[in-house]
Design a protein around this ligand. Structure first.
Ligand SMILES: [Zn+2]
Length: 250
């Protein structure tokens, strides 16, 4: 392989049409971080690249370094995650994982842990026995924020350390107790704080064993949205708009 070529495992985060027959795709690559690349002719029926350029694809890709954008020159699809494209109610959850990853992981450094987390998240969502897709999304978001170094502090009061801390400050990125809480906090129930801690700490597949009551689900959604807006400068995500339009949000 020449110096201008490289190969890596990667996940397709975004895929859109470009010109007459090309696709422009954004990938998260184990060894390269985020890559935006062109798949020339990928929309032609006979293209050998057609199978690997869809959103939610996991594969090994070969690239040729271009002056502005890299070109995809070869690929081997490992998992296609067709369920996301076939099931309209599943699609926005998979998209949520992609969008959160895209916003949080921006570097071109190797990122094996975020890649592994996203791959596991997609696999769990596609498993029909998963009891609560939204809870999986919440756990995933917390874990990806932790990997990116943006995770809110959930262990106790940011000021005095007591674990009895149920006031969440999106601005300060953590919890406060009733004594230390300022005016810009969201009051959470004890159950919501306990659930958030479990979602962050337990391995992702343990989400199967967790349940959230309606109140906890609503409080988690409101806190996550406020935190995202404040720290990540993320407005409403396309995935959440879709879930809202389907009445699937808590
Ligand atoms: Zn305190």
């Amino acid at each position: 392989m020449s110096e201008r070529s490289y190969k890596t495992d990667a996940l397709v985060l975004y895929s859109r049409n470009l010109g007459e027959a090309d696709r422009l795709i954004t990938l998260l690559a184990w060894e390269r971080g985020k890559i935006t690349a062109v798949a020339r002719g990928a929309r032609k029926v006979k293209s050998k690249l057609a199978a690997g350029v869809d959103l939610f694809t996991y594969g090994q890709y070969q690239f040729h370094r271009g002056r502005t954008l890299d070109l995809i020159t070869g690929q081997e699809v490992k998992e296609h995650f067709a369920a996301f494209r076939e099931d309209a109610t599943l699609y926005p959850y998979g998209l949520f994982l992609s969008e959160i990853t895209d916003r949080l992981i921006r570097s071109e450094e190797p990122c094996p842990e975020p890649c592994a987390l996203l791959l596991e998240g997609w696999r769990l969502l596609c498993d029909e026995t998963l009891p609560d897709r939204m809870l999986l999304c919440r756990a995933f978001e917390l874990k990806m924020m932790e990997l990116a170094g943006f995770c809110p502090y959930l262990q106790g009061c940011l000021q005095c350390g007591t674990p009895e801390a149920f006031f969440f400050s999106p601005r300060q990125g953590g919890l406060f107790c009733s004594q230390c809480a300022g005016g810009d906090t969201i009051k959470l129930s004890a159950g919501t704080v306990a659930l958030a801690r479990r979602l962050l700490e337990a391995p992702l597949d343990q989400v199967r064993l967790l349940r959230g009551f309606d109140l906890q689900r609503r409080e988690l959604a409101a806190s996550a949205a406020a935190f995202r807006r404040y720290h990540l400068d993320i407005g409403e995500l396309r995935s959440l708009q879709l879930l809202r339009s389907m009445n699937l949000l808590p």
